[in-house]
Ligand binder design. Structure first.
Ligand code: SAH
Length: 355
């Protein structure tokens, strides 16, 4: 970068930090400035902001992948309906409760129930699980990540005890959304879901894949401007990782560096946001989670699913599910995080924005 460009970059970063708002042109400039030097400047500022909000504490969430059945056919996803090669499983209500019990014993105080859109999980069944989770573990938060449902369903699940909902918007660009999803899925409906969830009172997480097929600089500008308007409590971003049995098998994956840069910009934009260093980032780089934290992330989501089904929730190739990713190795995870100066914390870790 020339001296002028460096000065422009630094000014934009300071403006983002001060005003938490940029226009489309400014975002484009900032996003296009990604490089070694700008990445490290953004990370320094992001780390400062997360230290002010969270100290050196990293929140942990126990992820329970409740079903690999899915009625949807997202072009990027390994458990899409048309993937006849995918192994399908679903956990029973009792299995979900027992995963949570194991998690509780390990120190988890937030459980994330994630899955494909599986008709087995009706409101009645989910409400039953939620009520029992809250009865057994009243000091825990429950996050759902079960895709698009009607507003009334979100209301019932909230009333039954769900505290948070993760629903990545996937892309804020409608045309791009159409390139990632089959025609029967709609960007408008996904956005409607996010609005409903927020109105109902959930702590809401949105997010997108970095480097998904067809993603342009303009798409990312829209993603950042969407975050800036919507002000989610949580943002999940991770690199796109191709899955061999999907239409995107041969597409290039997203990069570690671009993901790190975006994590930093999101932390500066939304200083209080809960920002995970995702499994996808840990999958494409063995130091991915540490690098994510050093770029401004403050949440890790180890896997609590039963060992025998874990390999089956295969959203993308080589998805981490054993080793340090597994919740049993919390001790190892704590050591690894300790080496970069952070500590795992076992409280519910609500978003400061929710208070
Ligand atoms: N059915 C739920 C959960 C989806 S899985 C829902 O619709 O929200 C959670 C996230 O994994 C998705 O939102 C998507 O962003 C991400 N994902 C899916 N396939 C992926 C891939 N190939 N590479 C990286 N991330 C992927």
């Amino acid at each position: 970068m020339s001296k002028l460009e460096t000065r422009e970059f630094e000014e934009l970063l300071r403006k983002l930090d001060r005003e938490h708002r940029l226009d489309a042109g400014e975002w484009k400039c900032l996003l296009e400035a990604e490089g070694k030097e700008t990445r490290s400047q953004a990370a320094e500022m992001a780390k400062k902001r997360s230290a002010e909000q969270f100290g050196n504490r990293i929140y942990i969430r126990g992820l329970v992948e409740i079903s690999s059945y899915c009625k949807n056919n997202c072009l990027y996803c390994g458990i899409r309906r048309d993937n006849g090669q995918a192994s399908r499983y679903r956990l029973t209500e009792e299995e979900i409760l027992s995963c949570a019990g194991e998690g509780y014993r390990l120190g988890f105080r937030t459980f994330v129930l994630q899955g494909g859109e599986d008709g087995y999980y009706t409101d009645e069944r989910l409400c039953g699980v939620l009520e029992e989770l809250k009865r057994r573990f009243p000091d825990c938060a429950v996050t759902l990540s079960l895709g698009e449902r009607v507003r009334e369903s979100y209301e019932r699940l909230f009333a039954a005890g769900a505290d948070r909902y993760l629903l990545r918007h996937e892309t804020a660009d409608k045309t791009h959304y159409g390139q990632l999803h089959p025609p029967e899925m709609s960007w408008n409906n996904r956005m409607r879901c996010l609005e409903d969830l927020k109105e109902i009172g959930y702590q809401v997480g949105c997010g997108f894949m970095v480097g998904s097929p067809g993603q342009t600089a303009e798409c990312l500008v829209k993603d950042m401007m969407f975050l800036q308007e919507f002000r989610p409590h949580m943002v999940g971003i991770g690199p796109f990782v191709p899955h061999h049995d999907t239409p995107f098998a041969k597409e290039p994956g997203g990069t570690v560096n671009q993901t790190l840069y975006l994590l930093s910009l999101i932390r500066i934009l939304l200083p209080q946001v809960l920002l995970p260093a995702t499994t996808a980032l840990g999958t494409i780089d063995p130091m991915g989670r540490e690098k994510g934290i050093l770029a401004g992330a403050n949440v890790l989501m180890p896997n609590l699913s039963p060992a025998d089904v874990r390999g089956k929730y295969e959203l993308y190739d080589n998805k981490l599910c054993t080793g340090d990713e597994a919740a049993e190795s919390l001790r190892i995870l704590r050591e690894r995080i300790g080496q970069i100066g952070y500590d795992l914390t076992v409280d519910r870790g609500d978003s400061p924005m929710a208070e």
